[in-house]
Design a protein around this ligand. Structure first.
Ligand SMILES: Cc1cc2nc3c(=O)[nH]c(=O)nc-3n(C[C@H](O)[C@H](O)[C@H](O)COP(=O)(O)OP(=O)(O)OC[C@H]3O[C@@H](n4cnc5c(N)ncnc54)[C@H](O)[C@@H]3O)c2cc1C
Length: 321
């Protein structure tokens, strides 16, 4: 039950025992002991001071579209980042971490600024996207980042990091590997282009995603990253089967899951999606334990049958892998 008397910490409201499942696209997860919605960077600091004063662990939440939360919840403070100011100056867009990524993609067409079209249809916030270098169809947000505004959660200082220092790579960044750093916003450098052209490219991206049914309910998108594969025979087999060249020796995890014959697996309410083999879905009533067990079985199947070790793309909270 949510607390009837939320704590107020210098402006930010700290609620107690807030169920996390509704804040995730999996719709899975128990309560956070404390929960704050931060509308400004100052409110993030206030919330973190509350956690520091009580020696509580803390974590950040954006759109919850890449997160599996423990059934037992989190015995600490969850800070949901909802600050969403945006400003445009020529081809430069400054945007706060809580801004909805899809909204930004659509806005960019209106502003006549190109560069975000491959990201159309990816749920979540700008901050979550920068942390995981979200992308699709050969593009990723890191490609257009000029700099990132980062909160050092130890000192509560905000620093600006140029793109070159952010270590963007396939679904990875400096921020993903360092839990002390939180993304507060970013400055993007886009390219002027006619709005109709940008809109057309966004529609093409959305159509490609719809054809692959990439908007599954109660999933977190791709559960596993596409691994780099050393086995030349497997690469040839993939290329022959799909009629495409393998990029940087990365093979889609979904293809490997199909090839390993583990796409019909199910544990409790958790199942491999029948639409997309790399989507693990909550078909109703799945627990985090179901999902973790399913992920383990899928990984084990691919490892045993194909000798490839899959790595999770989805982040977890309150769970050990
Ligand atoms: C149907 C579907 C399709 C998807 N398709 C794609 C796709 O095509 N490509 C792709 O890359 N992803 C895809 N995803 C995954 C997801 O949308 C992205 O990873 C997204 O960028 C996550 O952002 P979020 O705000 O929801 O992060 P959350 O799920 O809220 O958080 C994920 C992790 O990031 C941390 N975090 C969140 N915000 C911050 C911040 N500001 N600073 C520091 N840490 C933070 C959280 O603590 C957590 O550990 C898909 C998901 C779904 C449900």
């Amino acid at each position: 039950m949510p607390s009837q008397k939320p704590n107020r910490q210098d402006g930010v409201i700290i609620e107690e025992d807030v169920l996390l499942a509704p804040f995730t696209t999996f719709q899975i997860g128990g309560p956070a002991r404390y929960f704050a919605r931060a509308r400004t960077v100052q409110q993030v600091r206030q919330a973190l001071r509350f956690a520091q004063d009580q020696a509580l662990p803390f974590c950040f939440l954006g759109g919850g579209s890449n997160l599996l939360v423990s059934d037992d919840g989190f015995e600490g403070l969850v800070v949901r980042l909802v600050m969403d100011a945006v400003s445009v100056d020529g081809a430069t867009v400054s945007v706060e971490a809580g801004y909805d990524l899809n909204r930004l993609v659509l806005d960019s067409a209106q502003w006549g600024l190109s560069g975000l079209e491959p990201l159309a249809g990816i749920p979540g916030t700008v901050g979550g996207a920068v942390r995981g270098n979200a992308g699709a169809y050969g593009g990723a947000i890191g490609d257009v980042v000029h700099s990132v505004s980062v909160l050092d959660t130890a000192t509560l200082d905000v620093i600006t990091m140029p793109r070159e220092e952010c270590s963007f790579a396939y679904r990875d960044s400096l921020f993903k590997g360092d839990p002390w750093l939180a993304v507060m916003g970013t400055v993007l450098t886009l390219s002027p282009a006619p709005p109709a052209e940008i809109k057309g490219r966004i529609e093409q991206t959305v159509a490609k995603r719809e054809a692959k049914q990439l908007s599954c309910d109660r999933s977190a998108g791709s559960f596993f990253m596409n691994p780099v594969v050393q086995d030349a025979g497997l690469i040839r087999s993939f290329e022959a089967d799909q009629g495409v060249r393998c990029r940087e020796c990365r093979i889609p995890a979904g293809w490997l899951i199909e090839r390993a014959g583990v796409r019909n697996l199910r544990v409790g309410g958790a199942a491999v999606s029948h639409r997309h083999a790399n989507y693990l879905v909550n078909t109703g009533g799945a627990t985090a334990v179901d999902m973790m067990e399913l992920a383990w079985q899928v990984k084990a199947g691919v490892r045993v049958k194909l000798g490839v070790l899959l790595q999770e793309e989805v982040s977890t909270l309150g769970l050990t892998r």
